[in-house]
Design a protein around this ligand. Structure first.
Ligand code: G6P
Ligand code: MG
Length: 217
């Protein structure tokens, strides 16, 4: 049997950081004189920080010089880091530790595949860093999801064939990235939104051992 690997997205799969990203983007939008809604924040899931700022400025009809753009990127991240400063294990989404422990107990390699440049400190804060054999994040990629680069690097790091990798994702762009990498895509969240996923669950409480056994066989 060929080796199987699991790849987890971070934001919206392991921890609910979308609310903090939202607060930081909203603060910047308000400072620039316009509103930014929770509905608009949906477009930012799985999307790189740079691309998020481009979309935000489009929403506000703002043209920025390169210097302003770079300053706002930094400002947003400083605010985001302040919001997540006191994050701890209580913010891990339900049953994520159970699934990670199950995989670890069965010696299955686990990677993180995230667009975030803050992935490592977040995993440290929520005390899950030790579960991961490889961490591929926004610091290691040149192409953002839906490009499959992040997941292909993760597969290579784990020493697993892409077709033997299973990806958990909450963002449409992430599901598309997993599909183009020819991996098994599992959507975490609304089935209607993540309709391109091969399997879908609202959250990890719906993923039982039987399903994991099926994936491993
Ligand atoms: C994740 C989130 C996005 C965020 C991106 C970059 O994919 O879903 O909303 O923009 O990471 O995060 P960062 O922590 O580097 O700003
Ligand atoms: Mg996500």
């Amino acid at each position: 049997m060929q080796k199987i690997g699991f790849i987890f997205d971070l934001d919206g799969v392991i921890v609910d950081t979308a609310k903090y990203h939202y607060l930081a983007w909203k603060k910047l939008a308000n400072e620039l004189g316009f509103e930014f809604t929770k509905e608009q924040n949906e477009m930012f899931k799985g999307v790189s920080r740079k691309r998020c700022l481009e979309i935000l400025l489009d929403i506000g009809n703002i043209t920025a010089s390169q210097e302003q753009f770079d300053t706002w990127m930094v400002d947003k991240n400083v605010d985001y880091l302040a919001y997540i400063e006191n994050m701890d294990e209580s913010e891990v989404l339900p049953d994520v530790p159970r699934v990670l422990s199950y995989l670890k107990d069965n010696n299955i390699p686990i990677a993180l595949g995230s667009a975030s440049k803050n992935a490592r400190p977040i995993l440290e804060k929520v005390k899950l860093l030790s579960f991961f054999d490889s961490i591929v994040d926004g610091n290691n990629v040149t192409k953002a999801k839906p490009d499959p680069e992040v997941f292909l690097i993760a597969a290579e790091n784990l020493g697993v064939q892409p077709s033997k990798c299973i990806v958990f994702e909450d963002a449409v762009a992430g599901i598309q990235a997993a599909n183009s990498a020819r991996m098994i895509s599992i959507g975490i969240g609304d089935e209607k939104v993540l309709s391109e996923a091969q399997f879908n669950f609202n959250d990890f409480t719906e993923i039982d051992d039987d399903f994991l056994v099926k994936l491993l066989s």
